[in-house]
Design a binder for this molecule. Sequence first.
Ligand code: AR6
Length: 170
Amino acid sequence: MTVLTRVQGDITEQHVDAVVNAANSSLLGGGGVDGAIHRGGGPEILAACRELRAGHLGGGLPTGQAVATTAGRLPARWVIHTVGPVHSTTEDRSALLASCYRESLRVARELGARTVALPAISTGVYGWPLDDAARVALAATREAAASGAFDELRFVLFDERAYRAFDPSS
Ligand code: AR6
């Protein structure tokens, strides 16, 4: 049975099979989770991302999709990069946000990752309100958990406000 859990902390410190990165479509790094993952994992991750860009992802990774690379020096085997939607007040982009979780966990499952750490995608630079992001993230993750393919799906929330919003019992 898959356990849906949450911790308050830094996603780069999680001892799991795979860590999900809130990347941008360039895959070449940025701030927030993305910056922390590249800093912590070292240049191997960027090298793998550059290879993807030189190959089938020449145009970048589209929003809502996911792709895996090495985790470099992180205490994980893989980083699964996904691109969240920028929040909009005029357009409902929640299907794309749900797709980030679904696609990341589909890739995780293909790799055979049984424990996965997930950030609160799109709730930083991309501006998604925490409570709404949590609702979308938890629903999509619960669906993937029902497959029985995972031992633990762990939300890693940076601060207390995010931790409170991502309540798996809600
Ligand atoms: N561990 C866990 N959560 C974190 C960490 C960390 N080390 N650092 C930040 N957070 P963001 P986005 C939280 O901005 O909104 C990047 O520049 C943070 O408090 O990382 O999807 C990319 O390159 C927030 O709740 O991702 C893209 O350009 C959540 O993680 C863009 O930002 C997500 O914040 C993506 O924006």
